[in-house]
Design a protein. Structure first.
Length: 119
C-alpha cells in the first residue's frame, strides 16, 4: 500500500514511489545506501592505511635508525589530494590552503626520499 507524503509548503502531495523515483533521478540512478557504504568503506580504508604506514615507519626507525620519507611523501600527497578535491567541490578557501600546505610537505618529503635513495 502506498502511503501519501505531503509537501505542504508547495501544496503538493506525492506518493512514496514518486519521491523515490525523483531521488534516483537526482542521484543519477545510484543507490544511496550503496553510496554511503562505499564512502564509509573508503574512510575506514584510508584510516587503516595511515595507521599501518605509521607502524611501518616507527618499526623501521627503531630497527634501522632511519626514517622512510617515502611513506610520509605518500601520506602527505594523499592528504593534499583529499583537500584539493574538497576545495574543487565546496570552493572553501581554507580547503585550498590546507591542500597547498600538504602539497608543499609532500614535495619536501619527496626530495628527502630521493636524497636518501642516492646514499
Amino acid at each position: 500500500m502506498t502511503s501519501k507524503l505531503g509537501n505542504y509548503e508547495r501544496g503538493i502531495i506525492m506518493n512514496k514511489e514518486a519521491i523515490l523515483e525523483m531521488s534516483k533521478q537526482e542521484n543519477k540512478g545510484q543507490d544511496l545506501a550503496n553510496l554511503e557504504v562505499s564512502k564509509s568503506g573508503m574512510q575506514i580504508g584510508w584510516v587503516l592505511a595511515i595507521c599501518l604506514l605509521a607502524v611501518i615507519s616507527v618499526t623501521e626507525a627503531i630497527i634501522y635508525s632511519r626514517v622512510n620519507n617515502g611513506i610520509f611523501f605518500s601520506v602527505m600527497a594523499g592528504c593534499s589530494s583529499v583537500f584539493m578535491y574538497k576545495y574543487i567541490k565546496l570552493r572553501k578557501k581554507h580547503e585550498l590552503i590546507i591542500s597547498v600546505i600538504y602539497g608543499l610537505s609532500s614535495i619536501c618529503f619527496l626530495i628527502a626520499w630521493i636524497i636518501s635513495l642516492s646514499r
